[in-house]
Every structure is written in structure tokens, then in C-alpha cells.
Design a protein around this ligand. Structure first.
Ligand code: GDP
Length: 329
């Protein structure tokens, strides 16, 4: 059996059998930028792809301190009690830009991380956001193939990471603080438009403020055009710390899935996401091919200087450099 001696096939089989070590190894492979690793990772992904798609993919975002890890832990424990297996992945834009991390690899979700039914994967600590997001997407597929029922992708309310996470999940959740009276940052930044569910967390501290905030968000949402004809974003009040509203939140996720599946938008969204992902990979592949092209490499410094000095127009320089890609193929 040639296939069994093939390490990539073995690794894929381990993932499909739900073995944690195989899963962790396959994700590490998918995160690697070594060309031979990339090739292996693609082979593993190709062979597990037919076994993906069964989980519900949830994106969770919110500013640092809003209670994301507390919430994910409470939700994760609730789901485990229901007999589900939960994977938690992270897209951390700060780590992508600076190597430092806002989400942090500290001892977050301590209870959840001890559970056999949970798999928590800290974010890769380097690379561009697009690259980190692409690798998270691959990790998500690997977790699905390994039999996890719920995949949570967490991100922090900074930069473009919300869009990336909303683009790889079925339902996008925004956590907010009860900051009644303040201007709502998320509305200003346009993140609310991405949200299918908004949960006002820490409602235990000041329930009135939480009510007020929820009301403000609802009012703001009613002025936006909903992204789906069938789903009006829901606003909930929860307390992750006190474990309140978690069941109601999960019910909202289930309602979302049911309604969106019934009208066909659930699958449509996934199909669009897959196509968008293909385009993102084409664009990043083109850009890395461009940068590693020897002729580009040789000509770039001089041409860049010429453009800076106004001796060559940016368009002419770009055209000349892009022509080098043709030579290769
Ligand atoms: P993250 O940065 O968004 O992951 O936030 P954390 O989950 O680390 O929470 C930040 C702080 O808020 C911690 O001290 C939590 O204990 C606290 N916290 C989280 N959720 C709640 C809540 O529902 N109520 C209260 N009172 N505190 C909370």
C-alpha cells in the first residue's frame, strides 16, 4: 500500500480519525512557509476537503477586555455539556503586524483548555493579516475534518481582521460593552454591518446600562440595510462571567442556521466565501511570485529610484516589472 507509507496521507488519516496530535501537526504544516511544507499541507488539505463542511463556524469579535475569552469559555463549556466538540482558533491582527499579541497566548480559557472535547489553537505569531487569515481558514477546515462540531474563530476589534473572520464563518458575532451614553465605536467603524448577532456582555454589572445599549444598537441596526433578506441581526444581553444568556445565545445561532438553511442563503454564503478565498489566494500568490521573480528582483531597486526621481512614470515602471512575470511562464 503506497498510500500508507506516504506521510501526508498518514497525517490526513490521523486528522480524519480525530487524533489531536495529527490535527496539531497538520495545522503547523499549514502555517509553515517552507515550500516543501506548503506542498505537503496542500496535499493534506485536498484529501480532507471532502470531509469538511459539517460544523457550524462562528466568528466572534470585540474590543480587548470586552470578555471574548470569558464568553468563548462559557459557550464552549455549555456546548461540551450538550455533547459537542469545540475548536477555538484566533486571528490576531496585532500579532500579524508587530509580532506582539493583543489576544495573547496567556492562559486564556483555562477550564476549556483542559477538556478533551475542546481544541484551542493560539494564533500564528507572524505574517501579514491576509496570510494569517488564510492559514486560520485552513486550520478551520482541518478542525472540521477532525470532527469538531463547532468552530469558533476569535478576533479583536482592530483593523481589517473582522472582515477576514466574517469571510470565513457562517455567523459573525460582535461582543459589546454596556457603554450607554458613549458613542458606539462599532457603529462608527462599520463593524455592526458585519454582525449577525450582537451580544452586550457584562450585563451583570449594570443591567440598565446594558438595556440602554442594546436599545441603541437595535435603533442603529434598524437604519442599516440588513445583509440578508431572511435574517434581521439579533441583539442580546449576556454575562459571560455569570454564565447568563449563554443558552439564549446558542439558540440564536441555531435559529440563524435554521432560517438561513431554509432559504438557501447558508450554502450560498459558503460558496461565495470559497470563491473569495480562491481570489485572495490568487492575489497573494501573484504578489509573492512577483516579489520572488529574479528579473523583478534585479530591476526593482533601480526602477524604484527612477520613479522616486520622476524619471520614469509609476505606470511605465509597473508595466515593465509585470512583463517579467510573462517570461517565467
Ligand atoms: P477579552 O480581552 O475580550 O478576551 O476579555 P476577557 O474575557 O479576558 O475579559 C476581560 C475581563 O472582563 C476579565 O477580568 C473578565 O473576568 C471580565 N469579564 C468578562 N465577562 C464578564 C461579564 O460578563 N461580567 C463581568 N462582570 N466581568 C466580565
Amino acid at each position: 500500500m503506497a498510500e500508507l507509507s506516504d506521510p501526508d496521507a498518514k497525517l490526513a488519516a490521523g486528522v480524519l480519525a480525530g487524533k489531536r496530535r495529527a490535527l496539531a501537526k497538520a495545522i503547523t504544516l499549514a502555517e509553515s512557509t517552507r515550500p516543501d511544507h506548503e506542498e505537503s499541507a496542500q496535499r493534506v488539505l485536498e484529501s480532507i476537503l471532502p470531509h469538511t463542511g459539517k460544523a457550524i463556524r462562528i466568528g466572534i469579535s470585540g474590543a480587548p477586555g470586552v470578555g471574548k475569552s470569558t464568553f468563548i469559555e462559557a459557550l464552549g463549556m455549555h456546548l461540551i455539556e450538550q455533547g459537542k466538540r469545540v475548536a477555538v482558533l484566533a486571528v490576531d491582527p496585532s500579532s500579524a503586524q508587530s509580532g506582539g499579541s493583543i489576544l495573547g497566548d496567556k492562559t486564556r480559557m483555562e477550564r476549556l483548555s483542559l477538556r478533551e472535547e475542546a481544541f484551542i489553537r493560539p494564533t500564528p505569531s507572524s505574517g501579514k493579516l491576509g496570510g494569517v487569515a488564510a492559514r486560520t481558514r485552513e486550520a478551520l477546515l482541518l478542525c472540521e475534518a477532525a470532527g469538531f462540531d463547532v468552530i469558533i474563530v476569535e478576533t479583536v476589534g482592530v483593523g481589517q481582521s473582522e472582515t477576514a473572520v466574517a469571510g470565513m464563518t457562517d455567523v459573525f458575532v460582535l461582543l459589546q460593552l454596556p457603554n450607554a451614553g458613549d458613542e458606539l465605536q462599532a457603529i462608527k467603524k462599520g463593524i455592526v454591518e458585519l454582525a449577525d448577532i450582537i451580544a452586550v456582555n457584562k450585563a451583570d454589572i449594570d443591567p440598565k446600562a446594558a438595556d440602554l445599549t442594546a436599545g441603541q444598537i437595535k435603533a442603529a441596526l434598524s437604519m442599516l440595510r440588513p445583509s440578508s433578506k431572511s435574517w434581521q441581526p439579533r441583539v442580546l444581553e449576556v454575562s459571560a462571567l455569570k454564565n447568563q444568556g449563554i443558552e439564549g445565545f446558542w439558540q440564536a445561532v441555531m435559529d440563524y442556521r435554521k432560517i438561513m438553511q431554509a432559504c438557501g442563503e447558508f450554502d450560498l454564503k459558503r460558496r461565495r466565501q470559497a470563491l473569495n478565498w480562491m481570489w485572495m489566494l490568487i492575489e497573494s500568490g501573484l504578489s509573492s511570485r512577483f516579489r520572488s521573480n529574479p528579473a523583478v528582483h534585479a530591476d526593482l531597486p533601480e526602477l524604484s529610484r527612477a520613479v522616486e526621481q520622476g524619471a520614469v512614470s509609476p505606470a511605465a515602471a509597473a508595466n515593465r516589472l509585470l512583463e517579467y512575470l510573462k517570461l517565467k511562464s
